[in-house]
Design a protein around this ligand. Structure first.
Ligand code: ATP
Ligand code: MG
Ligand code: MG
Ligand code: MG
Length: 469
């Protein structure tokens, strides 16, 4: 079953159950300053859950484009390393706004997987939030899932929230067992993070609106929000445990190989870079479609980080000139029908991508030489903060790009040293600003910002993210 066919099957299944099809909204949340990008199918419905927006339907189905590359849900650094994460992906979802609740949501999900897609029940594993006895009873007693394919999980994984505030609630997740030949253990075990058991669907029982001070306010009406990764289920349907093995990605990976000049067999050592480029062209193209432009701050800086990471991997694969923009056409071929706005923006996307490639080409090679020299001459396994800062400040290397190179060679970054350099830079800027010019404002990340979603897009934030990883 092709990825495009699967998307249609899902939408049609829920339309038959009286759900209204709602087209994917933009990756830039319409009026939500707490959120960097749309990171789940429920985002466009946030106000409906809160009771602040009324629609003329109480059941909806969608395939929402999502980006998780910053903010609360950040998978940028997973891409190239896990079989199941993308920066851009589609989330299939069915929603109830005060209409049905747990029992029906669980029944719909089970029927879609086992009847509509005819997946064998023995391959599915179910988790519930450990305090949610009601959901547990529905799964074990009504659906008949055996105890041996069932686990109770704590809040870290089974209490879903969009961000630090907003709608949230306990959840129940469905995993697919790709088989004993793949490393990994069932959910709730230390081996869970392998690729054997892959989480495919999250059913969120929306009950609360978390306030800034942590208070959990009851929502006006309990509601349902579900999210299923289209690419992960496509992998199941196409008999591969790896999302990058599905039709969409095989086509994009082949196009990448061609664009960077790989002829013949792909080496094992090239696989990760091919996945990174194939993944990042989707995030890049859709972000530009939705009006984000590469920049030095905010959303635009996240886009720039994604683009530069892809460009660096392309050059690692052997590209000598601009190559990234050439992947826009094959992407439009694959997804332009489901997303007409992507097809409409093709020429604009190509222009923006090629410009960014040309701009970065001026410093990428030089920066890489400086990094190589630093690595060769340093003692130990930590890249000096001055080098990281120089690459950032003079050569346009986002910190996570430098970290990406470091990780490939099992090295780390001197984050404290980098921060010292950043602070010194800020001091110089402050001294200069006594003359009244505000041209350094974008570098000043010491001020508290209202826009929570941006906090980790600054260099400072990048470092915080690195330290947390
Ligand atoms: P994981 O634990 O695998 O990182 P998650 O728990 O963060 O996933 P949810 O927030 O529950 O994911 O999102 C709902 C669904 O969206 C997931 O069950 C999965 O199918 C899909 N999904 C989440 N993140 C990604 C991603 N980065 N790439 C592709 N699909 C994803
Ligand atoms: Mg995740
Ligand atoms: Mg999870
Ligand atoms: Mg989940």
């Amino acid at each position: 079953m092709s990825t495009n066919a699967l998307r249609s099957r899902f939408i049609e299944f829920f339309e038959r159950e009286q759900h209204r099809f709602v087209a994917s909204s933009s990756l830039v949340p319409a009026s939500d300053p707490t959120l960097l990008f749309t990171n789940a199918g429920m985002v466009p419905f946030k106000d409906v859950f809160l009771g602040d927006d009324k629609r003329d339907y109480s059941r909806a189905v969608s395939s929402q484009r999502c980006v998780r590359a910053g903010g609360k849900h950040n998978d940028l650094e997973n891409v190239g390393y896990t079989a199941r994460h993308h920066t851009f992906f589609e989330m299939l979802g069915n929603f109830s706004f005060g209409d049905y609740f747990k029992r029906e949501a669980i029944r719909f999900a089970w029927d879609f997987l086992t009847r509509e897609l005819e997946l064998p029940a023995e391959k599915l594993w179910v988790t519930v939030f450990e305090e949610d006895q009601e959901a547990e009873d529905i799964w074990l007693k009504e659906i008949g899932v055996p105890e041996t394919q069932f686990s109770r999980i704590g809040a870290k994984d089974n209490f879903w929230s969009m961000g630090d505030t907003g709608p949230c609630g306990p959840c129940s997740e469905i995993f697919y067992d790709h088989g004993a030949h793949i490393a990994g253990g069932p959910p709730g075990t230390p081996e869970e993070d392998g690729d054997r058991y892959v989480e495919i669907w999250n059913l969120v029982f929306m009950q609360y609106d978390r306030q800034k001070d942590g208070e959990m306010r009851e929502l006006p009406r309990p509601s349902i929000d579900t999210g299923m990764g289209l690419e992960r289920v496509a992998a199941v349907m196409q008999g591969t445990h790896d999302n990058y093995g599905i039709d969409t990605f095989q086509t994009l990976i082949a196009a990448t190989a061609e664009a960077v000049g790989i002829s013949g067999d792909v080496l094992e050592s090239q696989q990760a870079s091919l996945k990174v480029v194939a993944d990042h062209i989707r995030a890049t193209a859709f972000l530009i479609t939705d009006g984000v432009m590469p920049a030095n701050e905010g959303r635009g800086y996240v886009l720039r980080r994604i683009m530069r990471r892809a460009i660096r991997h392309g050059h690692k694969l052997g590209a000598t000139g601009s190559f990234f923009y050439r992947l826009v056409a094959p992407l439009v071929e694959l997804m332009g029908e489901a997303f007409p706005e992507l097809a409409d923006a093709q020429a604009q996307i190509e222009r923006v991508v090629e410009q960014e490639e040309q701009r970065f080409a001026l410093t990428l090679a030089q920066g890489m030489r400086i990094l190589e020299d630093a690595i060769e001459t340093m003692d130990g396994t930590e890249i000096p903060g001055e080098t990281v800062f120089k690459l950032y400040d003079t050569y346009g290397f986002p910190v996570d790009l430098t970290n990406d190179v470091a990780r490939e060679r099992e090295l780390t970054l001197d984050t404290a040293g980098f921060e010292r350099e950043m602070n010194a830079q800020r001091e110089r800027a402050r001294a200069a600003s006594q003359f009244g010019a505000d041209y350094q404002a974008k570098l000043d990340v010491s001020e508290p910002t209202e826009f929570l979603g941006y906090t980790d897009t600054t260099a400072q934030g990048a470092i915080v993210a690195l330290v947390q990883n």
